[in-house]
Design a protein around this ligand. Structure first.
Ligand SMILES: N[C@@H](CCC(=O)N[C@@H](CS)C(=O)NCC(=O)O)C(=O)O
Length: 217
């Protein structure tokens, strides 16, 4: 049987891009269904009735939601280039960092831009980013995944690309070379990976979007 694979997404979404990167890493073909987030399709609401969000991957009629869960599903179903480590302990470590990025780091970073660089928000974000900076320093590798990107790098796509657009719009500098040299280098390496580069949405579109989002039109 040929697999039927559809990705309900939205090109500017960092979460959708995560899934696209994982699919492309493995060379998996899929149908891209672009959603209008302000007017969600009946299919999206049917497939993700709990969160009503993209991405949703539908594999032979079965919906899978939440970007990190989808990536694990992709890695379980399709062999080829691994996205998570094979070793159970290393796998748990990768899951830990991906969760840290979503639960602690990204919310702190978003707060900085929504508060227009308020001191307390900046201090909190610096603290979380320093943890990732230290992790890269300890690992001493090009990526969180080692020589190649893995779940953790993909989970941090927001820090590598979207944050730069937010910095430009708000004029708040957060991830700077003097404070976070390892993270800056990592971001450069990440966005220059062939598979990542081909998926990232154009920067101009993000700038427009973030101008509206931060009320800086
Ligand atoms: N935790 C979710 C977050 C997904 C998410 O926030 N998606 C946004 C697009 S970037 C969305 O669909 N927003 C629509 C809405 O909130 O109504 C994941 O990892 O997939």
């Amino acid at each position: 049987m040929t697999d039927e694979l559809k990705l309900y997404g939205y090109a500017r979404s960092l979460y959708v891009c995560r899934v696209k990167i994982a699919l492309d890493m493995k060379g998996i073909k899929y149908e891209n269904v672009e959603e209008d987030i302000s007017n969600k399709s009946a299919d999206l609401l049917k497939y993700n009735p709990v969160h009503k969000k993209v991405p949703v991957l539908v594999h032979n009629g079965n919906p899978i939601t939440e970007s990190l869960v989808i990536i694990e599903y992709i890695d379980d179903v399709w062999k080829g280039v691994p996205v998570l480590p094979q070793d159970p302990y290393e796998k748990s470590v990768a899951r830990f960092w991906a969760k840290f990025i979503d639960d602690k780091c990204a919310p702190a970073v978003i707060k900085v831009f929504l508060s227009n660089g308020e001191q307390q928000a900046l201090a909190e974000a610096f603290e979380q980013l320093q943890i990732l900076e230290n992790e890269l320093k300890v690992k001493g590798t090009k990526f969180f995944g080692g020589d190649n990107i893995n779940l953790v790098d993909i989970a941090a796509d927001f820090l590598a690309y979207w944050v730069g657009a937010l910095e430009e719009v708000t004029e708040v500098k957060l991830i700077t070379e003097d404070k976070f040299p390892k993270l800056v280098k990592w971001a450069e390496n990440f966005i220059n990976c062939k598979v990542v580069k081909e998926i990232l949405p154009p920067r101009e579109g993000l700038i427009e979007y973030f101008k509206k989002w931060t009320g800086k039109e």
